[in-house]
Design a protein around this ligand. Structure first.
Ligand code: SF4
Length: 443
């Protein structure tokens, strides 16, 4: 990022923002400071700081200009919202984005006091939203969209939020589904079922904003999504190289790009940058982690409160975490030659979105995914942090770990922690478990 860009955002932060954006502005300033610090430390350029800062800025701009904002969760691409000129706001940027600064923890405590769930029942990825809203600290949105997957926890919090705020909500149902016609979960009507819901979403958005659906704009947006998907799929393949051509945090970049900006020219530009960067390193045999010795699969989310965990793993063990489950966005490009195909591409992208594809079915979907991943990416060991609130994955963790040990012959570490709350299992304890596992079992 250039000094000029920092200056632009710092000037913007000087402006008067609506009252509910106070905490949002603090996060914006925190991210500017972090990006500047990383630049000063000589950390290699990636487009991610620019992506993040622009995302904070566009929500503020939309609020100040009265542009309708739709809140949506991390497991959906914003392309339809861009196509309809409604500002997409991926909510977890806020409720999870507070975690590295520990700013979410007072709100987790407040949610406890309010009696809104507790960590074993409702995930802290979204729970702070309820408490921040009651304090007037959550960014306002005009509309809410969420899906029935990947978890009941997410769907519960958004339902509660909608009831508390009166913000109209649209829910999209994701059924169990397999691509394989011989599977008991295959149903030829599934894609049409999702398409019908997406068309209902279009009418719902039209009815609640002053925006209209334009076929050409939608097709143009879906073309851009699919160009970006092509870049991401090439990037994913490049990470199979030994050494892995990018570091442990870079693998998360494409997920962020697609989740914040899918369907925009920026997403095409940034995914292309990531692809070219990985390709350049792979061709030269350069690893994202110098002298790579261990390749780790991390089939769950990051430990979001500890942004230094992956760099610590890299420096201490010369180990690379290839991609976490969210970072592994693997929706291939589709035909977008006409309107029907564009809707089909949107529906398939929804069914196959990061985490949804592994959670829209029985345990075997997740286990098969993990076995494929450890094989494709030449993995040496698997590390799985897990929390009880994430019931659908918690329930299958040991089954998956056993399958990896038995079928791939690889060591697996499973440990409990709340990825959003540093007080439940602190960083030192997590690092201790990883250190013991790597030094005594993997090496
Ligand atoms: S971590 Fe699990 S429970 Fe929490 S939002 Fe993600 S999928 Fe849902």
């Amino acid at each position: 990022m250039s000094e000029e860009l920092f200056k632009k955002y710092e000037e913007m932060a000087q402006e008067d923002w609506p009252e509910d954006l106070g905490l949002w502005k603090n996060l914006f300033l925190g991210n500017i400071a972090l990006a500047k610090e990383n630049l000063a430390k000589g950390m290699p350029y990636t487009p991610i700081p620019e992506l993040q800062l622009e995302m904070f800025a566009r929500i503020a701009r939309a609020r100040m200009r009265g542009k309708p904002i739709v809140m949506y969760p991390f497991n959906y691409g914003p392309e339809l919202f861009y196509a309809m000129n409604v500002e997409p706001f991926m909510q977890e940027v806020f409720s999870v984005g507070l975690a590295p600064f520990h700013l979410n923890e007072p709100y987790i405590d407040l949610a406890n006091q309010m009696g809104y769930g507790d960590n074993p029942t409702i995930c802290n990825a979204q729970r702070p939203l309820i408490a921040t809203y009651t304090r007037g600290d959550a960014p306002k949105s005009d509309l809410l969209f969420y899906l029935s997957t990947p978890c009941n926890s997410l769907a519960t919090t958004y339902q509660v939020y909608s009831h508390m705020t009166g913000v109209p909500a649209f829910t999209l149902d994701i059924p169990y589904w397999s691509y394989d016609p011989s599977s008991e979960f295959y149903d030829e009507k599934t894609v049409d079922y999702v398409i019908r819901q997406l068309k209902d979403l279009v009418s719902w958005l039209e009815g609640r904003t002053n925006q209209k659906f334009h076929e050409e704009k939608f097709q143009e947006t879906m073309n851009l999504v699919n160009q970006a998907r092509e870049n991401v799929m090439e990037f994913n393949d490049l990470l199979k190289a030994v050494p892995c051509p990018v570091n442990s945090l870079n693998g998360f970049a494409n997920f962020m790009i697609m989740a914040f900006s899918g369907g925009t020219p920026d997403a095409v530009r940034m995914t292309k940058w990531m692809r070219d960067y990985a390709k350049g390193n792979a061709e030269k045999g350069v690893g994202g982690v110098p002298d790579e010795k261990i390749r780790i699969a991390w089939p769950y989310t990051h430990v979001f409160f500890d942004s230094q965990l992956f760099p610590w793993i890299e420096e201490t063990f010369n180990a690379v975490v290839i991609m976490d489950i969210l970072g592994h966005y693997h929706v291939g490009p589709h035909d977008t030659s006409n309107l029907d195909k564009c809707f089909e591409s949107l529906a398939l992208g929804t069914l196959d979105y990061s985490m949804i594809d592994t959670c829209r079915g029985p345990a075997e979907y997740y286990i098969d995914y993990l076995l494929r991943f450890v094989n494709d990416y030449k993995i040496d060991c698997v590390v799985m942090p897990i929390q009880f609130a994430c019931k659908h994955i918690y329930a299958i963790t040991n089954l998956a770990a056993e399958a990896v040990r038995r079928e791939a012959g690889l060591p697996v570490l499973v440990f409990g922690c709340d990825p959003y709350d540093s007080r439940e299992v602190p960083s030192e304890e997590i690092r201790g478990k990883i250190e013991e596992f790597i030094t005594e079992i993997v090496m």
